[in-house]
Design a protein around this ligand. Structure first.
Ligand code: FES
Length: 175
């Protein structure tokens, strides 16, 4: 397979959060078509783990549809989440390129380690596991989004190590 070069794109969100670049790509793929709203919200939730208000505003602007419509859709369908679940989020891409590069093996190991499936949160509320169909970084497959960071060429060992860190980190604020 020919090596794929990853072009550095400038995130279009003022925060500089690179995840918005992935949303931009999905919107571009749908040619900024407002009819693709549900699909774009799926992509956005896959990338961010949930649909916070800032994200809904961003999608509304990008698709040039009223915020009220975006909010209405996000709250109507039960599969959209407006709040984070676990303390940490691990989104595993299960798209074709990532599958070919072994994401299903990674998935099994991660689910076993966490004791829950993709789409669920660990019993202690620490980690939410989610899946995304393709986040547009196929050249970096297998790809995962760990909290806010898109990480490419992830190995099972690296992911399990990160999960270990999350599980062993107390979220208590220092006195
Ligand atoms: S299939 Fe995983 S990033 Fe495209």
């Amino acid at each position: 397979m020919a090596a794929e070069t990853q072009k550095q794109e400038t995130p279009s969100h003022p925060s500089g959060d690179k995840r918005f670049t992935l949303i931009d790509r999905a919107i571009k793929k749908h040619q900024s078509n407002g009819d693709a709203l549900i699909e774009i919200l799926h992509v956005a939730q896959g990338i961010f783990g949930y649909l916070e208000q800032d994200l809904l505003i961003y999608v509304a602007r990008a698709l040039k549809v009223p915020f009220s419509r975006v909010y209405g859709v996000a709250t109507f369908y039960h599969f959209f989440r407006l709040k984070p679940q676990g303390e940490h989020s691990l989104v595993l891409c299960t798209g074709t390129a990532c599958y070919v590069k072994g994401s299903s093996e990674v998935q099994k190991a991660v689910e076993h380690k966490c004791g829950c499936k993709l789409g669920e949160t660990t019993a202690d509320g620490k980690i939410s596991l989610m899946s995304a169909r393709c986040i547009g970084s196929c050249g970096l497959a297998p790809v995962a989004i760990l909290d806010n960071n898109v990480e490419g060429k992830m190995t099972t060992a690296e992911l399990l190590e990160r999960i270990d860190q999350w599980q062993n980190t107390s979220d208590e604020a220092p006195a």
